[in-house]
Design a protein around this ligand. Structure first.
Ligand code: KG4
Ligand code: ZN
Length: 338
């Protein structure tokens, strides 16, 4: 079995996976949403301190559940990309476990981990096209095998999830913004507002969300007369709806452009924002149109978790892709994709 640790941002998580059957044996996650909510976003030092509290609690829970660590063959940990101070907490725990249990270390890329959220408890499928939408990234990827992953499109500025977080903050809604903006959008009775669709006429496969975010900011200023009035819930819902529509139309128009020239049969959506149901159904229609088989992760494995890190680590273990303890370091950016 592989013990895996995830602490790249604001979710602390530990999992245990069987190598031979890909089976998830144990998985626990402690979210820090409440603690960060009052700041409208993740405060790195706070996240790091909370990881230091949560990770040992979950390790103890695992120990109580399985009784012994004797059957563990390797320790896997997310070491990039992410917040440095958060990544460090997981990596320090992984190194301590590696030393005391005399087990090898597997350094796992968080984005690669998200791809494997599609394959928890089952074999993987490659080649695979992937739309990865999270708080830190907006990417179209092509994964040919465990090691060969190409970036097809990235964002020029903010990411999809981050735009939801910022819009929620502007509207005084809670953090993370994605689920709350989505639920307000569903309640919208009026749908009269329109925001621009980013990069509408550009033939490039690139995302951009900062212009849309600014358009929302200006609209809020206009509707509140420069912050002197507050918005009622109906208006908040209408803004959320219009913003979500523009963001999703932007993503789907780029995915459509990509699919027009894509000969890979399977198309997966991953990352925290892949939980968005309107996005899922828009991509599902596109996949039907272009004869692609759509893959989705169960909702519980869309946001950051150690189960996907453990599933990815099974493949690293199989090719002996271990990292010696003295070389295991963290990196805020991603180094493995080309
Ligand atoms: O993958 P994830 O848990 O963390 C990162 O690796 O960034 O993604 C978290 C991001 C947050 O920005 C959150 O607002 C967004 O995913 N998110 C959503 C939804 N649920 C989470 N965005 C849009 N709609 C949602 N339903
Ligand atoms: Zn993530």
């Amino acid at each position: 079995m592989i013990l895996s640790i995830e602490s790249s941002c604001d979710d602390s998580s530990i999992a245990l996976s069987r190598i031979d059957e890909y089976k998830l044996i144990f998985h626990q996650k402690i979210s820090q949403d409440l603690e960060h909510s009052k700041y409208g976003g993740v405060v790195p030092e706070l996240a790091s301190r909370l990881h230091a509290v949560s990770l040992p609690i979950m390790l103890e829970n695992l120990k109580n559940r399985i009784g012994t660590f004797d059957n563990i063959k390797a320790i896997a940990v997310t070491n990039e990309p992410g917040l440095s101070v958060s990544l460090l907490e997981g990596v320090m725990m992984a190194k301590a476990l590696s030393l005391t249990l005399k087990l090898p270390l597997l350094a796992i890329n968080h984005l690669q981990g998200h791809i494997y959220s599609l394959f928890i408890n089952k074999p993987h499928i490659f080649p695979l096209s992937v739309l990865l939408l999270s708080g830190g990234h907006s990417l179209i990827l092509e994964a040919y095998n465990h090691k060969k992953i190409r970036i097809i499109a990235r964002t020029l500025d903010d990411s999809f999830g981050e735009a939801f977080d910022k819009v929620a903050k502007m509207l005084n809604l809670s953090y993370p913004g994605g689920p709350v903006v989505e639920s307000y959008a569903l309640k919208a009775k009026r749908q009269n507002l329109n925001f621009p669709i980013p990069l509408r006429d550009s033939k490039n496969l690139a995302f951009s969300f900062s212009g849309l975010k600014n358009a929302v900011r200006l609209k809020i200023l206009e509707l509140t007369q420069n912050g002197t009035n507050t918005l009622d819930n109906e208006l908040v819902a209408e803004i959320c709806y219009a913003f979500e529509q523009s963001a999703i139309t932007h993503v789907t128009s780029k995915v459509k452009r990509y699919l027009q020239n894509c000969d890979i049969e399977h198309f997966g959506i991953v990352g925290g924002a892949s939980a968005n149901l309107s996005l899922r159904s828009a991509i599902e229609s596109l996949c039907k149109m272009y004869n692609k088989t759509m893959l989705l992760a169960p909702l519980e494995f869309c946001s950051d978790n150690a189960a996907m890190i453990g599933r990815c680590a099974i493949e690293s273990y199989r090719i002996n892709d271990f990292t010696p303890l003295e070389f295991l370091d963290i990196s805020p950016s991603s180094s493995i994709f080309v």
